[in-house]
Design a binder for this molecule. Structure first.
Ligand code: ATP
Ligand code: MG
Length: 462
């Protein structure tokens, strides 16, 4: 095949992409690889998909692909997009476009197609995403994308305020790309993002949720909080009160917002890879601190009830952002119990495991996450609290031991069930439930091991 040896900075687009490109050009069109693949190839980083743009109107592109035996899905034809499926690989192909005026701050009122790739690059969001590459014609970099990649900056193509007012989602995309690539926002782009952050209101909440999840998934959420606070609190208005909120506590050297960033950072830099629930819990664990703040006679700040209220508020926020139910459930459990005092005893730890048990919960994973957030919370306070970390790690080890030894923390894990009790002569009825509870309570307290015979004996049934 033609172009087989062509590469950009050592990256080859693959046979499927070359087939799609050749089919479009055989039909008289022009086609380029564009966007993420070009950016990632120049960074010598792997890319997860390939986007192409072409001069052919989409029905012609679809015909050309079909004639070459390539599958076509009419995925976004309103905006000139189709998906080519070649050798099982999906490639987005969009017709060159000049976007029209964006009345709603998100979707162009009209889509005008173009015959020039330059027009298509001009409508793209950031310089590093606005480069095109062709295996014969090479790299097309009209906006200094390579220089910005080298300098590590995310810069809007054109006038940043204009580009963000066309589509406010780009504000969150800017933060996400900066986090993902470990870049800074260029000065004017950063200033426009902060000034126009309030326009995120026009964006569908699930899009905001997906971008925030994307930001957290980069592992640089703390950087986002610190470098773009206006954007973060525009996306989650409930966090606004945390900014600059003085905790008046000897345990805290930071305001609530900076403490949140510290906790997220501790989670993101820990040896254990954080779960999504742990990241969201770190972000939202103290969301209700400002609203629960009281000062005692000595002038010290307290936040009674902030975990319970925080759990409810986090659920409201996460539902609004259309995040998945299991993520909301685990995040809310972590927030609810992040401040729960635990002791390094089987009774205290099993009781916490019992509080966690519920439909679909992985108690072992969640207990680890609870220690992770407690550890991060301690590290985000004052240096005097750092020693608590050792105690947390001791508790973690003990919990692993309890799991490995087959201890019970709920009726499901108890080595005794209703059938055992009936076999031992107990009549079916409410007494069965009471006896099982009694056995579980005794096992959790350490009075009896999790063994059927011992549990029956404890109940006086053997
Ligand atoms: P990823 O690796 O996450 O797929 P990507 O750069 O390919 O990164 P996509 O969301 O797949 O990102 O978008 C493909 C390209 O389309 C981008 O590189 C950018 O050029 C353009 N683009 C996407 N969304 C927008 C937008 N909201 N405004 C302007 N251009 C956009
Ligand atoms: Mg892409």
């Amino acid at each position: 095949m033609e172009y087989r040896d062509a590469h950009l900075n050592g990256s080859r687009p693959g046979e499927a992409a070359l087939r799609v490109l050749a089919a479009l050009e055989a039909a008289g069109g022009e086609a380029w690889l564009v966007g993420g693949w070009v950016r990632d190839a120049l960074r010598a980083a792997p890319s997860h998909d390939i986007d192409m743009c072409s001069s052919l109107p989409w029905p012609e592109a679809a015909r050309a692909l079909a004639a070459a035996g390539i599958g076509v899905i009419e995925s976004g034809t309103r905006f000139g997009g189709i998906t080519a499926v070649a050798d099982g690989v999906r490639i987005e192909v969009t017709t060159y476009r000049v976007d029209g005026f964006y009345g709603d701050g998100r979707h162009p009122d009209e889509v005008r197609f173009s015959t020039s790739v330059e027009d298509d690059l001009a409508r793209r969001d950031f310089t590093v995403n606005a480069m095109a590459w062709h295996p014969a014609r090479g790299l097309l970099d009209r906006y200094g994308g390579q220089a910005d990649l080298a300098a590590g900056v995310i810069r809007a193509v054109g006038e940043p305020r204009l580009r963000f007012s066309e589509d406010a989602l780009r504000i969150l995309r800017a933060v996400r790309f900066a986090c993902r690539l470990g870049f800074e926002l260029e000065g004017a782009t950063a200033a426009a993002a902060a000034a126009l952050a309030h326009t995120l209101d026009a964006i569908a909440r699930e899009r905001v949720g997906a971008e925030l999840g994307g930001i957290l998934a980069t592992g640089r959420g703390a950087f986002a909080l610190r470098s773009c606070p206006e954007v973060i609190v525009a996306a989650i208005p409930e966090l606004a009160a945390a900014r600059g909120f003085d905790q008046r506590s000897p345990y805290h050297v930071h305001d609530v917002y900076e403490h949140t960033a510290c906790v997220l950072e501790a989670v993101e830099t820990a040896d254990r890879a954080p779960s999504a629930a742990l990241r969201w819990a770190a972000l939202l664990h103290d969301v209700e601190k400002p609203a629960t703040f009281t000062v005692d006679e000595e002038g010290r700040g307290h936040f009674f009830g902030h975990p319970e209220r925080g759990e409810r508020t986090a659920r409201t926020i996460m539902r609004r952002l259309s995040l998945p139910d299991h993520l909301i459930r685990d995040t809310c459990l972590l927030i609810r119990y992040h401040d729960e005092p635990l002791q390094d005893t089987p009774a205290s730890l099993l009781a916490q495991m019992r509080r966690f048990s519920g439909a679909g919960v992985d108690e072992r994973a969640l207990m680890d996450n609870l220690f992770d957030i407690k550890r991060a919370d301690a590290l985000g306070k004052a240096p005097a609290c750092f020693s608590y970390v050792d105690e947390i790690e001791r508790m973690r080890t003990r919990v692993h031991g309890l799991f490995d030894a087959g201890a019970a923390w709920n009726l499901k894990t108890l080595a005794l069930n209703g059938r055992d009790l009936m076999r031992a002569g107990v009549e079916p009825g409410p007494r069965i439930g009471r006896l099982l509870d009694e056995a579980l309570t005794a096992e959790i307290s350490g009075a009896v091991p999790n063994e059927r015979g011992a549990l029956l004996a404890h109940l006086g049934l053997r």
